[in-house]
Design a protein around this ligand. Structure first.
Ligand code: COA
Length: 255
């Protein structure tokens, strides 16, 4: 059975985790397939945004605990497992997480590695690792803290508290909360909207926002300004501005 299902919906790539019996626990094999599928879509110029989802019951209930229990520290270190989450954060194509149900541990870190999260009202976000005697190791302590602030991140990581979709929305972890049955359709709709914008500008904007978490304000503003001039030099910018003046829809080429 393939652990990741890949579909194309026009300019949107849709990738669904497919280990339903294990609540999409993120095994080594699944993460391998996931990164391979995402990299392939990322390299396809016709793909302008990607939806990453699980099932209605679970986005992902974390790293595969059975695998972790069988591994030694040195095996984990040598296998560089957690670097797969970094690989996902480095993709250039905007990634929309479609989260329904459990979004725990490495699953929550996977959602945090996407550019924005669309959550069903059933979604539950948590980092239960300390209950297993380990800690979030795929970015959770850093990405969750940046997303929701220290107070709530400490609560979630130290006490094992799960956030509802509404709490996650209020805290800044989630961008939109949607009805139970709309979790995937709504994420695809958001991804289609992203895909309809200027592709060069979209990538530059994503890079600029990401820089806000890496550098000082003045350095970030400098990155933004250069990205603006680069966007301005694109054919897409000419087309987008001209289309507005001519009261028509732009036809972006991604150049
Ligand atoms: N790794 C491996 N298998 C997992 C898993 C994980 N992270 N999460 C769930 N599963 C498996 C269960 O072992 C079970 O398999 P089985 O049917 O062969 O026994 C199956 O998925 C269904 O899970 P179950 O626990 O029966 O469902 P539930 O509705 O009672 O509980 C959770 C759901 C999410 C609360 C519970 O599965 C859980 O706590 N999972 C672990 C969450 C976690 O600690 N993640 C961090 C990992 S670092």
């Amino acid at each position: 059975m393939t652990l990741v299902l890949v579909e194309r919906d026009g300019a949107v790539g849709v990738v669904l985790l497919n280990r339903p019996d294990q609540l999409n626990a993120l095994s080594d094999g699944l993460m391998d397939e996931l990164v391979t599928a995402l990299r392939e879509l990322d390299g396809d110029e016709a793909v302008r945004s990607i939806v990453l989802g699980g099932s209605e019951r679970a986005f992902a209930a974390g790293a595969d605990i059975g695998e972790l229990a069988r591994s030694s520290a040195i095996e984990l270190y040598n296998a560089r497992r957690v670097e797969r989450w970094d690989a996902i954060r480095k993709l250039r194509t905007p990634l929309v997480a479609a989260v329904s149900g459990y979004c725990l541990g490495g699953g929550c870190e996977l959602a945090l590695s996407c550019d924005l999260v669309v959550a069903s009202e059933t979604a539950r976000f948590g980092q239960p690792e300390t209950g297993l005697g380990i800690i979030p190791g795929a970015g959770g302590t850093q990405l969750l803290t940046r997303a929701v602030g220290k107070a709530l991140a400490m609560d979630v990581i130290l006490s094992g508290r799960q956030l509802t979709a509404r709490e996650a929305l209020a805290a800044g972890l989630v961008a939109r909360v949607v009805a139970r049955e709309a979790w995937l359709e709504e994420a695809k709709r958001v991804a289609r909207e992203i895909a309809s914008k200027g592709p060069v500008a979209t990538r530059l904007a994503k890079e600029s926002v990401d820089r806000a978490f890496e550098v000082s304000l003045s350095a970030g503003l400098e990155v933004e300004r250069r990205a603006l001039y680069l966007a301005f030099a694109s054919e897409d910018a000419k087309e987008g501005l001209q289309a507005f003046v001519e009261k028509r829809k732009p036809d972006f080429k991604g150049r």
